[in-house]
Design a protein around this ligand. Structure first.
Ligand code: SF4
Length: 494
């Protein structure tokens, strides 16, 4: 019999996957260490929590952490009985469940409003369950809750000076929605407690729930038997079809039957996967290459997406470009010239970045990016946020072509890509001596983390400079990779 308490986050784990909840209780040794990316997400969450508390000045924080829960519960009980108006991080227990509540506001009639702060710009289903389990515990513990509110980020917020929590957040009344869920929770809890009484983990198979609504920390354990180049790697294949293939005992992409219901593009990828031979549609590829006009500007941005905007004029979660790399070719096959700009982490990188682009991009020629809609969207936002350069920046938009297009349209399918078409897959397949392996910054996630670290201003001497050098190598490689890939595609036409 399971006699311990489960926390709100464990309750949410159980809703996602019973096995996740079981493993979390009995096999934490299978969890990977917290990654720097996760740490950065936690830090962002803490910053949002601190800002949310500014919405209710004068509130009292129960600051005992998870290692001192008895003290947190005792302190919360004191604050409830001594008439404290607003409590932050109050700890409550009912039955087998313990919750910490972001914000509790006492009303004049003695009832309370429960406010859950989220770093999201929309109310999601999982938020309703997260709040409902708190209501279950609070009401069970004897508190009368009048309203349940979700404090979410207002996506229309634009930073202008110090951030005012009342403008940054918006409160959504979710009292009715959470009340509708409440009756189900007792049964769910019973199910979890009974399952946790078992000595064996439930036999839950892998599936969409491994990353929906949250990435599960036990993927390394549950997915270890999945081979490389599996059905789970087939781009844009629905979970329903993946589950059907799994039920048929098919895990390898190359073993998918020709008769299986796939899109035309997936069928071509499957044909290449089975034959091991590249597939070339010269007509489609020629059509793409014909659109390229010289001088040619291979362009790539690196961005960060801070929840709390850093610079005036920026919005929550805005993709903020901090680096641009440009490889410029005057004519087909010409030696490319390289230009770049990287923010110093001390001031808004965007003016310097705009200056670099407008100085080095001439009035004619194609701008080529890999997944060009991303770069085009960033330029559109720069034009909006820096109207003095708006006209010049907007004029660039019509000149974009997308180097991903021939791969997306399956004009060229290489067997080493195994159906994928990201730059990180295409480059080593087409240009084997150019790889991202071994680079200190080797992907967009690394680049974001590196820049967040530079922004923190807390790095030991020399480390920020080293990270800036690593970022230059990485972003420069992205645009040089485009030069080489286009050359490769052009050679195929001969
Ligand atoms: S990886 Fe998937 S199946 Fe395994 S515990 Fe996590 S959610 Fe459950």
């Amino acid at each position: 019999m399971f006699t311990k308490r489960i926390s709100k986050s464990q309750f949410m784990m159980g809703l996602q996957c019973l096995k996740r909840l079981w493993l979390y209780n009995y096999r934490r040794d299978l969890m990977p260490p917290v990654s720097p990316e996760q740490r950065q997400i936690f830090d962002q969450g803490h910053a949002i929590g601190a800002l949310a508390r500014e919405y209710f000045p004068g509130g009292v924080l129960v600051d005992a952490d998870y290692k001192h829960l008895p003290h947190a519960i005792k302190r919360t009980a004191e604050l409830v009985s001594d008439g404290t108006r607003v409590i932050f991080e109050g700890a409550f227990v009912f039955g087998n469940v313990l919750v910490r509540c972001d914000i509790l506001k006492r009303n004049s009639d003695g009832s309370w409003d429960l406010i859950e702060a989220k770093g999201s710009t929309a109310v999601k289903d999982e938020h309703l369950r997260d709040v409902a389990i708190q209501l279950y515990v609070l009401e069970g513990a004897g508190l009368k809750i009048k309203k349940a509110l979700l404090m979410r980020i207002d996506n229309t917020f634009v930073k202008a000076g110090p951030i005012d929590a009342k403008k940054f957040f918006t409160l959504e009344d979710i009292t009715k929605e959470t009340a509708a869920i409440l009756p189900e929770l007792g049964g769910e809890l019973e199910r979890f407690i009974e399952m946790l009484g078992s000595k064996e983990a439930p036999e839950t198979g892998i599936g969409q729930h491994c990353s929906d609504p949250y990435d599960c920390e036990f993927r390394g354990h549950c997915w270890k038997g999945i081979p490389e180049h599996s059905i789970y790697d087939i781009p844009r294949l629905s979970w329903e079809k993946k589950n059907t293939l799994k039920a048929m005992g098919i895990l390898l992409f190359k073993n998918v039957p020709d008769s299986f219901d796939l899109s035309d593009s997936q069928k071509l990828a499957l044909q290449v996967e089975k034959s091991g031979e590249a597939l070339l549609n010269k007509k489609l590829l020629a059509k793409f290459i014909k659109k390229i006009k010289y001088p040619l500007y291979h362009i790539d941005f690196e961005t960060v997406m801070p929840a709390i905007p850093i610079y005036d004029g920026a919005r929550p979660y805005q993709q903020l470009p901090f680096q641009v790399s440009l490889h410029v070719q005057a004519a087909p096959g010409a030696e490319p010239e390289h230009f770049e700009y990287l923010g110093d982490g001390k001031s808004d990188p965007r003016p310097g970045l705009i200056n670099c682009m407008l100085k080095n991009i001439g009035p004619e020629g194609t701008l080529l990016a890999y997944n060009a809609s991303f770069e085009a969207k960033r330029i559109e936002e720069l034009a909006r946020d820096f109207p003095e350069s708006g006209e010049a920046l907007t004029a660039l938009l019509v000149r974009f072509e997308d180097l991903m297009q021939p791969f997306l349209e399956r004009a060229y399918v290489h067997p080493a890509c195994h159906g994928r078409f990201s730059l990180k897959k295409i480059l080593p397949a087409l240009i084997p001596d150019m790889t991202y392996e071994g680079l200190s910054v080797a992907n967009g996630g690394d680049a974001q983390l590196a820049y967040f670290n530079i922004l923190s201003g807390k790095l030991p001497p020399g480390e920020a400079e080293q990270l800036r050098e690593d970022l230059k190598v990485y972003c420069g490689q992205d645009t040089l990779a485009m030069v080489k890939i286009l050359e490769h595609l052009s050679r195929l036409m001969r």
